[in-house]
Design a binder for this molecule. Structure first.
Ligand SMILES: [Zn+2]
Length: 376
């Protein structure tokens, strides 16, 4: 089921293209930076923020910025807060409910006249869902969420302004807060020991562990249902950005075009639009010197892998999925998630800041495969 007409997608493409590329914020005074709250910048060596700290940061950002609304949409399996953060321009925020309802009307256009559709499209905004950290030991994603939110809340460049005016970003900072908390506690507990950086000896989602990303067709887990409640059902995003993390030697960002073949019921105009978006992202990031951006690789629409027959992997309520990988900023460790390459900061793709200086860390003989194991 798709929620956006191909023409709407194509018309808005110039706006949406820049979202993934232009988070180069000029910090304003008011919204607190993650570093000012945490005492370290997300991605710093051997530093991880736990879920309690991340929740605190997002509430502080909400209180300080008219661009940010943070809502606790429910409680997790282990009774932690599950957050959804909505980020857009101040002007859009003032008519947020109108934007949301217009988008829902377009998502189910039965009975909608062409004239009314055009009016809704003209007044509407692109809804961008960003899901972080469904796999909790792929730690970079959730750490990155704070930096991305801060960049959007504080940035004042023309590009940031255009992003904020053209889109509504609906962000889930952690899809699995229980795991975010417990993995961080395990990491801190094992720092300086032979177990530093190794996978924790427990499931980071109480019932399903790493297989929580197979729950998209059954919704058995509380976090899956909260994601529907907070993101997919109320917002029907046109773009979904799903942040995972690979090992240090794998590609870091997978962008469309996906590997053929596509599911035959997907409109060819949508395929073209998704491929154009991905190609633009890859071209810009690569031209800016970012390494590890892959297209036409691994993540395909082909049975039995990935999205075609298995809604467990394709977020069947949306039409686009980008799988992002970012390196862990935990050099000197073998996991949580993989030994980071020197200079490979978790937030490097979202900022224009230069990478940190290379360290003497030696990559492991066998790099973690990270999320790649979920292909099995
Ligand atoms: Zn993953």
């Amino acid at each position: 089921m798709f929620c956006l007409s191909p023409m709407k997608t194509l018309r808005r493409m110039p706006w949406t293209l820049s979202l993934f590329l232009a988070i180069t914020a000029t910090a304003a005074a008011a919204p607190p930076s993650p570093e000012s709250v945490l005492g370290f910048r997300p991605g710093a060596d051997r530093q991880l923020a736990d879920w309690t700290q991340i929740v605190d940061y997002f509430h502080r950002l909400d209180a300080a910025s008219d661009r940010v609304q943070v809502e606790e949409v429910g409680r997790t399996t282990e009774d932690r807060p599950f957050l959804v953060a909505v980020i857009t321009s101040e002007k859009n925020m003032a008519r947020l409910e109108e934007i949301r309802r217009a988008n829902l009307r377009l998502a189910d256009p039965r009975g909608l006249s062409p004239e009314e559709a055009e009016r809704l499209i003209a007044a509407g905004k692109v809804i961008v869902g960003v899901n972080h950290g469904i796999h909790s030991d792929e730690v970079a994603a959730t750490q990155t969420a704070m930096e991305t939110a801060y960049a959007l809340a504080s940035g004042d460049t023309p590009e940031i302004r255009e992003i904020l005016d053209s889109t509504v970003v609906v962000m889930i900072p952690s899809h699995n807060p229980d795991g975010t908390q417990r993995v961080t506690e395990w990491y801190r507990q094992t720092l300086g020991t032979p177990w530093e950086g190794h996978d924790p000896p427990f499931l980071y989602q109480k019932y399903t562990g790493h297989d929580n990303n197979r729950d998209w067709y059954m919704f058995t887990q509380r976090e899956s249902r909260l994601t529907l409640k907070g993101l997919y059902d109320p917002w029907r995003p046109q773009i979904v950005h799903d942040l995972h993390q690979m090992g240090a030697r794998a590609a870091r960002l997978f962008a469309p075009p996906y590997v053929d073949p596509w599911e035959p019921n997907i409109d060819s105009a949508l395929i073209a639009a998704v491929s154009a978006l991905g190609t633009h992202v890859a071209a810009r990031l690569t031209s800016e010197g970012h390494k590890g951006v892959a297209v036409d690789a691994i993540y395909d629409r082909r049975a039995p892998r990935r999205g075609w027959p298995r809604p467990s992997r394709c977020r069947s309520r949306t039409w686009s999925r980008a799988s992002v990988t970012t390196p862990a900023c935990v050099p000197g460790t073998s996991r949580t998630r993989g030994r980071a390459e020197p200079g490979a900061c978790a937030t490097s793709w979202t900022t224009s800041a230069p990478p940190p200086a290379p360290s003497s860390v030696t990559p492991p003989a066998t790099a973690s495969t990270g999320c790649a194991r979920s292909t099995k």
